[in-house]
Every structure is written in C-alpha cells, then in structure tokens.
Design a protein around this ligand. Structure first.
Ligand code: PEP
Ligand code: MG
Length: 586
C-alpha cells in the first residue's frame, strides 16, 4: 500500500480502480521498453499513424465537399507528411534501436521536423511548423489514448489519475463514468479543481509522485476531505473509508433541508447566493442547491470541449439556453477567459514563457477582435431572452475597459442596423482580479455598473503565487492581509459610487471566510453550486454587526496565521457544525 497526501479540492471519498492518463500536450514521458516488446510497440506506432491518416482523409473529403478544393489542400500536406517514409522510418528505428516507447519516438521526430521548418527562409514554410505540431498532437492523441473522446469511452466508472488534466480533458469528463480524480500537479483553484467541484466529483490534486506509484487498474482511495490518496489499500483501510463515505452521505442529505430556507442573517440581512457554472446544464444544479441565479458563467469552456471555434449561432444558442433554464433568474455572463492554462498555449507554435502574465483573457480577446466581436454579438443577441449582465475578466488598465466598451457599442450599432433585438439596458461590469484594478477601483467604479472580485486570480497576482502550482500551494491563501486589504478597498470604492460588488472566486465558497466577507460589506456571493447550502448555514447563524466587528479585528492583524486562527474561532462559536465540516475539532 502507498499513501500520498495532496491538496483536497473537491469533497467526498471514493474507492475504485485507477485509470491512468498520460498527458499529450505538455509532457511526453520516455519509457524504456524490453526487447521483446519492440514488435508490439512498432505495431502501436503504425496503428496510430493509420488511424490519424483515416481521420485526416475523412476530414479532407468533408472540407472539399463543404468548402471547395483549395482549403482541402492544406490537409493534403498533412496526409503527405504522414505517408512520407523519411518521417516514419526514423521513428521506427528509434523504437527498435533506442528501446523507447512509441510516444517518445513520435515527439522527438516531430520536434526535429518542426525545428527544420522554423529555420526555413520562406515565411510560408516557417508557418508549416504549426501544421507539424498539429500532426504530432494528433498521433500522440491516438497513441496515448487520451483524446477528448477517449475520456468518454471508459466503460466502467473509474478514478481518473493523471499528471495534470488539460482544461479540455477536464471539460469533457462525464460524471457518470468518473468516480474521482487524483493528479500529481495542480492547486485549489486550478481548472481541474474547479471542474471537479462543479461536477461534484471528489478530487485531490498536487500529489507529486502519484503517476509513478500507480498502475492502470490498481485500487485507489481518494479522500477529497483530507487530501489523502491510498494506492492498493488494505482491507482495513477500505472498511474505514466505506464508513466515512456513509457518514458523508448522511451529512449531504442534511444540507438538502437548507435548500428552501432563505439566506438571511439573524438580524434579517439578505445575502444573495449565486452559482458559478461552466456549462448551461449546470443551471439545474445551481437551482437544486437553492441558488438565486448564476453569478459567473465561464463561457470559455465552450472552446475547451471542441477542436474548432464555436460560431456566433452556436454561442447564441448556448447563452439563450442558459437563460431559458434560468427562467427569469439573473445570469452574469463572463466573456472568454482564454489563455494562460486554457486553450491557447496548447495550440501555440511558440508557447509563451510566462502565460499567466501574458496574452490571456481580455488581452487575448482584444488581440483577436473578430473572435471577440463574434462573442459579443452572440451575448447581445441572447440578452433579449432573459435577465443578463455582461462582465469582462482580467481588466488591468482603464484603456482596456474603454476599448472593450467601445466594441460593445459597435456591436449594438450593428444589431440596430440589422434590426436584431437586444437588451438596451444591459449592465456591463468587470472582474477585479488584478492588483492594478483593485488599487484603481475608484476610477473603474465610474466606468462600470458592477464589480465581481475574482479572488482566485487576485490572490495569485497579489502574492506572486501560481494558483496551479502544488509546490507553492502553502503560500496561496486568501487570508493574507494584503489580499484582504485589497478586497476592503474595492468594496469601499464600489460603495462610494453605488456600484454593486460581489465575490465569485473560491473564497466565496469557503465557510471560514463568510463572516469576514459579510463584515467587509459583501452582500452577493457566487460559488460552486454544491457549496451554496453550506454557506447558507453560516449566514443564517450570524449577525451583521458581529461580522463587522470580526472584520475590524482582522484588519489589525499582520499575518495570515492570525487571520485564520481568528476566523476559525469565530466560525466555531457561531456554527460549530460548519466548523467541524471544514476539518476543525469540535
Ligand atoms: C477568479 O479568478 O477568481 C475567477 C472567478 O475566475 P477564474 O477562476 O475562472 O479564473
Ligand atoms: Mg480569474
């Protein structure tokens, strides 16, 4: 039995068989193979190439039919490369002579080839390096059996184990087939964790050595409460964890009783509780948990579940469907937050050196205007079908915001000219998730209708701690006085201008912070739907004056430890049950 400890990111305990995924896009492991395995490994290589050729030929024919012969020629290049013996023979030799796995042989050969193309004199040929990378991923996808479709092909429910899930893999998880998730890398607010929580799949990330400890089919226990992962557990462990599973089921059932109760403090102050969603279907979970509406719709997940760009009509349909499911309740839709770890880097010829500080989010959209305008049109068209607000992520300068608002106005003018209806009073707001925006909240407050504080990014950028890096996860905390001061000043600036302010980062979902956030003046919290009843329970146990006293006291502390100790004490006093649920001793 091996026992590892990672970061618990989605609650619940699961016991099952492991399905181990290798990562296609970032990390291609070199595995030594035995001489007897060479023949089978070469066979795998040929099968993968054959399957990729079949896909490409089908795609070529479809492209020719729909778009004509010119666009289809691009695919002729791909097909030609794969049929070229000077590409394939060296791969085969690397397997037979170097005794390495087929994935490694493919990755090495394509890297050489891409380098050759990048070094060529003509721009057209240099551009071909992108096609080469595309081919590389196609074949690796076949070999490693981890394409998006593959995740959906699992027959029996399994526990998914991976070095790290790409956002597209995370986005294509089917909760009926995946019992739990455990990964080597990642942090509490990395996108795998967000999706796991959204789908209510128990998960532990940041286990470091897990993939080198486990084999496909091994039995595994994932404890999403304590962060423990047991590989090949003893029968005693299994019995112990089965008992814990039972207790959790009972606890969850007790939260159901809270669904219909009002989120009102003891002194009668209403706190609006909203849900965060990634897909329209999640609206049902928000409503089932007693959410008032959707406070954050992460629309970029639409890109992560497919290989091509979503069209205006496809986007419009998704947004309209979300509004229909909400049946009059409010929706705050966020424009694409692509970049960083989502989508663009995996497809880039030359990935950015520092993608979280690079061309992500609103910056990416403003550099890709046709794509951004398409989304704005789809959003505005959908706005005629319900109660909607729009918000922009990662705004860091006033000019960015003004440029975005100007684009929105252009889009509205276009719709006017085409006599397409939209909500003329649609409120536009921004996320505050960068220190520059928080520090300049006073200026931004005169430009927007509302702020939504994205603490996941605000913490990462304020503390210079990568939110997805397990090695510095101990430094990533919302209890840092610098983060709290920023939140406080944003709320103050918003109030002065009568601009609404809410929190939609994971801090909103953590019961230990509820009193502090209320004390700081926050009246709307948006979170993963399953946490809504949990937070409601705390709200119903506190009164606002007490929360304000707590916030004032916390404002005098200079370390996160003092902050956390104080928050724990206060939660224990007002709501011992929630305190025990977050792992405190009763
Ligand atoms: C945030 O940064 O807090 C946020 C809600 O956005 P995301 O987690 O999608 O980056
Ligand atoms: Mg963010």
């Amino acid at each position: 039995m091996d026992s590892l400890t990672g970061i618990a990111v989605s609650s619940g305990v699961v016991i099952g068989r492991a399905q181990v995924l290798d990562a296609v896009e970032r990390y291609v492991p070199e595995r030594r193979i035995e001489a007897e395995a060479v023949e089978a490994e070469v066979e795998r290589l040929w099968t993968a190439i054959g399957a990729a050729l079949d896909d490409l030929t089908e795609l070529r024919n479809k492209t020719e039919e729909e778009l004509g012969s010119d666009p289809a020629k691009i695919l002729d290049f791909h097909i030609g490369v794969l049929q070229d013996p000077t590409l394939v023979t060296p791969m085969q030799e690397r397997i037979t002579k170097g005794l390495v796995n087929a994935e490694r042989a493919v990755a090495e050969r394509f890297e050489q080839l891409a380098k050759q193309f990048r070094g060529m004199g003509s721009e057209v040929l240099r551009q071909k390096a992108n096609d080469i990378i595309d081919l590389d991923r196609r074949i690796l996808g076949k070999l490693m059996g981890q394409s998006v479709d593959h995740l959906l092909e699992v027959d029996e429910p399994v526990v998914l184990v991976a070095h790290e899930l790409t956002p597209s893999q995370a986005a294509s998880i089917d909760r009926k087939k995946i019992l739990g998730i455990a990964t080597d890398a990642g942090g509490k607010t990395s996108h795998t964790s967000i999706v796991a929580r959204a789908l209510e799949i128990p998960a532990v990330v940041g286990c470091h050595e897990l993939t080198s400890t486990i084999q496909n089919g091994d039995q595994i226990i994932v404890d999403g409460e304590t962060g423990k992962v047991l590989v090949r557990p003893s029968s005693d462990d299994i019995a112990h964890y089965r008992e814990r599973q039972q207790k959790q089921l009972i606890k969850r059932a007790s939260y159901k009783e809270l669904v219909d109760l009002e989120p009102v403090t003891l002194d009668g102050t209403r706190i609006t509780l909203m849900g965060n969603i990634e897909f329209p279907e999640e609206v049902e979970t928000v409503l089932a948990n007693g959410g008032y509406g959707v406070g954050l719709y992460r629309t970029e997940f639409l890109w992560l579940t497919r290989d091509d760009s979503p069209t205006e009509d496809e986007q419009f349909e998704d947004y309209r469907r979300t509004l229909q499911l909400l049946d009059g309740r409010p929706l705050t839709i966020r424009t694409f937050d692509l970049g960083a770890d989502k989508y663009t880097q995996q497809r880039a010829e030359e990935p950015e050196r520092n993608p979280f500080l690079g061309c992500r989010s609103i910056r990416y959209c403003l550099q890709n205007l046709p794509m951004f305008k398409t989304q704005l049109r789809a959003i505005m068209r959908a706005s005629a079908f319900g109660t909607m607000k729009i918000m922009f992520p990662l705004v860091s300068t006033v000019m960015e915001l003004r440029q975005t608002k100007m684009l929105l106005r252009d889009v509205c003018e276009e719709l006017d000219e085409e006599s397409i209806p939209y909500d003329r009073d649609l409120e536009a707001g921004m996320m505050v998730e960068v220190p520059s925006a928080a520090l300049m909240a006073k200026v931004f407050a005169s430009e927007v209708s509302f702020f939504s504080i994205g603490t996941n990014d605000l913490i990462q950028y304020t503390l210079a701690v990568d939110r997805g890096n397990e090695r510095v996860a101990n430094l990533y905390t919302g209890a840092h006085p610098a983060v709290l001061q920023l939140i406080k000043s944003v709320v103050r600036a918003a109030r002065r201008r009568s601009v609404d302010v809410s929190i939609c980062g994971e801090l909103a979902a953590e019961p230990i912070y509820t009193m502090l956030l209320i004390g700081l003046g926050i009246r709307t919290l948006s979170m993963v739907p399953a946490q809504i009843p949990v937070i409601k329970q705390v709200i119903r146990a506190v009164d606002v004056e007490h929360c304000e006293r707590v916030a004032r006291k916390i404002g005098t502390f200079d370390s996160e430890r003092q902050v956390l100790n104080c928050l724990r004490d206060e939660l224990r006093k007002v709501d011992p049950e929630s305190f025990v649920a977050i792992g405190g001793d009763s």
